[in-house]
Design a protein around this ligand. Sequence first.
Ligand code: NDP
Ligand code: MG
Length: 379
Amino acid sequence: MNISILGSTGSIGTQALEVVDELKGIKDISVLAITGSSNITLLEQQARKYKPLVAVAADESGYTDLKARLADTSVKVLAGEEGLCRAAAIEGSDMLLSSIVGFAGLVPTMKAIEAGKDIALANKETLVTAGALFTDAIKEHGVRLLPVDSEHSAIFQSMQGGTRNEVRKILLTASGGPFFGKTKDELANVKKEQALKHPNWSMGAKITIDSATLMNKGLEVLEAKWLFDTEIDDIEVVVHRESIIHSMVEFCDRSIIAQMSLPSMKHPIQYAFTYPDRFPAKGQSVDFAALAKMTFYKPDEDTFRCLALAKKAGREGGIMPTVLNAANEVAVSKFLKDEISFLGIAEYVESVMSKYKNKSNPTLSDIIETDALVRKECM
Ligand code: NDP
Ligand code: MG
């Protein structure tokens, strides 16, 4: 199989390359294109090791540096969104792993779909912001959409226990993040260093903050809505502190099928690469006796307002999820620069959402324009 990886220098991208290494000799995967943004040193190392046809410096300022570093190789160096689009749709590739963070992944991922590539999707923001267009394009071009987000991979695997018509509801698990059980007063002065410490997962900064605010779970509700063609209210979020059950599906006979494993993104990445087959994986098995217990709670949507806001945007539909996503990307970057408080993230997103009139059936241009407008107004 031949793949291209958007965001190969990130948390998902680097773990995907480890999966490629681990599958060698069992299922050989050639990496035809890789992309990075700020980490040109790692991108160069990856280019030397995996010998892709193309390496892309997404931030154009890294282009000259990358080109000079790879001058002695046959790797073609490209830059910017144009380069990302060419990498995503590169000839000969069977699958795109879409693992850039945020809205920046949307246009290149759409290009890959149009070029007939299967999509292994980590970049949930693209599905949140353009769910209808994205899923329509998947159908129109007859390609597969394989979830990489651990909960969605779990739902996808659990769904195989019945037919779509037999599904009663989706149980989407959440770890609760680093601030589980805290009150608003206790959260008033938390700093980014605390928010960046996730109890169970090591991930990029943006999704780690989203996990602390529960916006990540909100985005995942919308992601599940599009991936599994479900109503928002048929998706129940359950806090499960141990992150062993990655999500569950309840069928009409009230039987529940769950997918479990120790928390490692390599499981869902490997499953997306090898679906419908399963291959041996490195790592440990769950030791249930050592685990002893698993705990479950209702999420606190009054304190963690972002989850409620995301569901609201999902129920309203139209352009509102785009507004939510763009406002959240801006708010998270402001929080990471100490410009707003932790609780300020939800306040910020809510105030931006209240300023926008909804628009139904947005086109790709509407989505791109609205995303840009929200960012401009937030400056
Ligand atoms: P990281 O921040 O670790 O990596 C992001 C990748 O995208 C890097 O390769 C980065 O390049 C690149 N990048 C950053 N900004 C841009 C941009 N504007 N244009 C093009 N490329 C850019 O993020 P993660 O790997 O943690 O997350 C990636 C996606 O996967 C997100 O959508 C996240 O929600 C999703 N996801 C992640 C999980 C995880 O465990 N990490 C779990 C489930 C979903 P560079 O580093 O060189 O700057
Ligand atoms: Mg997830």
